[in-house]
Design a protein around this ligand. Structure first.
Ligand code: ATM
Length: 227
């Protein structure tokens, strides 16, 4: 059987996107620094969308396919050698290329809504803002890997770094990225907020310092309103 993504990509390459868009699911990404409650709210968001009668695929980055999950392990483990920033960025995009082609595009083409825990905005925030890699290099990779696929909606769960790190710190041993210093996560958060400010039509920023029930209700309203 021909995988769906082949025909989808072929159609996109020749620029016939309008009709396809009418038949595809929505691509929703959820972003934020550690400890802002992404996992819980992704569960809630997905349940509400399902209750509206849509099929939902929950997935995550880096990861989401068997090989991309193996790349994720390389990225988060404390490995036996130093991982240069450029290698970190390229591995993120290698995992993303697998995920976009093998999972996200086929799901959207089949009418499934995709709810993804992090996507390219995380590369902009962590590798761009956090590590200092120029944004135009990241955007070039983004164009190359998924030029004609952008999230329809990005929910940014935002909280001050101390709040996030404090909550995340209670979850056990930090991985290779989580051990970064507070200033690193401040730059990540600032970059997320700048991205949200520069694309207000795509981003919704949710104040994740509110009590859990208020955040949950905010996410619920969003899930009920997405067209
Ligand atoms: P989660 O633990 O939130 O699933 O993500 C793993 C790490 O990958 C996370 N680290 N911290 N803190 C953020 C990081 N990450 C990037 O640095 N760039 C990316 O493009 C993505 C998708 C994730």
């Amino acid at each position: 059987m021909t995988p769906l993504w082949q025909s989808t990509c072929a159609d996109c390459v020749i620029g016939v996107t309008k009709d396809i868009e009418l038949n595809t699911g929505r691509f929703i990404t959820v972003e934020g620094i550690e400890g802002v409650g992404k996992s819980t709210n992704i569960e809630h968001l997905s349940r509400i969308i399902e209750s509206r009668g849509f099929k939902v695929l929950k997935t995550r980055e880096p990861g989401g396919t068997p090989m991309a999950e193996r790349i994720r392990a390389l990225l988060v483990e404390h490995g036996e050698e130093e991982l240069p920033d450029i290698a970190e960025l390229l591995l993120m995009f290698a995992a993303r290329a697998l995920h976009v082609n093998n999972v996200i595009r086929p799901a959207l083409a089949a009418g499934t809504w995709v709810v993804c825990d992090r996507f390219t905005d995380a590369s902009r925030a962590y590798q761009g803002g956090g590590r200092g890699i120029p944004m135009n290099n990241i955007n070039q990779l983004a164009d190359w890997v998924h030029g004609n696929l952008q999230p329809d909606l990005t929910i940014l769960l935002d909280a001050p770094v101390d709040t996030g790190l404090d909550r995340a710190g209670r979850r056990g041993e930090p991985d290779r990225i989580e051990v970064e210093r507070r200033e690193f996560f401040s730059r990540v958060r600032e970059t997320y907020l700048q991205l949200a400010g520069s694309e207000p039509e795509r981003f919704i920023v949710v104040d994740a310092t509110q009590d859990l029930e208020s955040v949950r209700r905010a996410v619920e309203r969003i899930a009920l309103e997405i067209e």
